[in-house]
Design a protein around this ligand. Structure first.
Ligand code: SF4
Length: 314
């Protein structure tokens, strides 16, 4: 739920809750669903369940933030280079911008509530059995958990939060502090990088303009072409009010094949093309993984020479 990670483009993964619904072909073999089905605690889908993670998990980013602060202070005091950012991939087992209106549950299976009266919990959340003993409350929703997530993001300025979504159309509506739901009202968060998944050209056509529309609320924008299921002709995407693809609009692009059993194939020429566009538009490119001789390989030294590229945005 909040761990050091094998994902090469971040330093840790962290989840505010677990559970999601499939929205596009890239979800067909959702890693998170496979991961959760092993434990059987979360049901995927609109009529499924969402489970908030533990209080111990919610404390981890605060600890990472203190450690990163100390690293930055040490580097500054010793006149060396800036400390590298500590990138937290938020919601590898969910989608931060999912529009789901049910009652969030506890990992025990009990429903969660927001208590009417303080109960010692800073967010007044409690599972059903505590509610029975104490007082009344209302069902806990993803909106409540998302609100707390953004408070946590604001409390951890030394971390770099990577929010990757397949629902960029919801970012404007769900961005805390934006009651008008207009891009100009969105609070800018300098410790957030916002990204969307572009697993196919059809998804990219819809999602890239939605991401660009909220560009000013995050420090950087990125695209994840993983699992890459078709060629994505980035320079054919039409965006209103912006001259896409322009230089400097997108900071980073990650590409990679699907993993897991029955994975769908990725063609290297799709990656070659994306790398070429990134070079033209000054977008950092990160080749995450590809299938070689029937195995998913993440060791960049095994990639074809021209795709041995793992860059981060500056
Ligand atoms: S959006 Fe992500 S977490 Fe949700 S079903 Fe799709 S792949 Fe899984």
């Amino acid at each position: 739920m909040g761990e050091q990670t094998k994902i090469g483009w971040c330093d840790a993964t962290w989840n505010p809750w677990r559970g999601c619904s499939k929205v596009s072909p890239g979800c067909a073999r959702c890693y998170a669903e496979r991961h959760e089905s092993r434990f059987g605690t979360v049901q995927w889908g609109p009529n499924g369940t969402r489970v908030v993670t533990t209080e111990a998990n919610w404390k981890k980013p605060l600890k990472w933030n203190r450690e990163q602060h100390d690293r930055q202070a040490w580097c500054s005091a010793n006149s060396s280079d800036d400390a590298p950012p500590f990138r937290v991939f938020c919601a590898s087992l969910a989608d931060v911008f999912e529009d789901w209106e049910g009652q969030v549950g506890h990992s025990s299976g009990l429903p969660m509530y927001v208590m009417d009266e303080p109960n010692g919990h800073p967010y007044r959340w409690a599972a059903g059995h505590v509610l029975d003993r104490m007082t009344s409350g209302r069902p806990l929703t993803l909106a409540d958990v998302r609100q707390r997530l953004f408070e946590l993001i604001d409390q951890t300025p030394h971390l770099t939060w990577l929010l990757l979504t397949k629902r960029p159309e919801n970012i404007l509506r769900f961005w805390p502090g934006n009651s008008e739901h207009t891009p100009s009202q969105m609070t800018r968060r300098n410790n957030v990088w916002l990204g969307t998944t572009i697993e196919s050209h059809n998804d990219a056509i819809v999602r890239v303009p939605k991401l660009l529309a909220v560009a000013h609320c995050a420090a950087k924008l990125f695209l994840s072409a993983e699992p890459l299921l078709s060629g994505v002709r980035l320079d054919e995407i039409a965006c209103e009010n912006t001259a896409w693809p322009g230089t400097g609009q997108i900071d980073w692009l990650i590409a990679g094949c699907e993993s897991g059993p029955q994975r769908r194939p990725m063609q290297l020429e799709w990656c070659d093309y994306l790398l070429r566009v990134c070079r033209q538009k000054n977008i950092a490119f990160f080749m995450k993984q590809m299938e070689i001789a029937g195995k998913v390989v993440t060791d960049v030294s095994e990639f074809p020479k021209e795709l041995q590229v793992q860059e981060f945005p500056k």
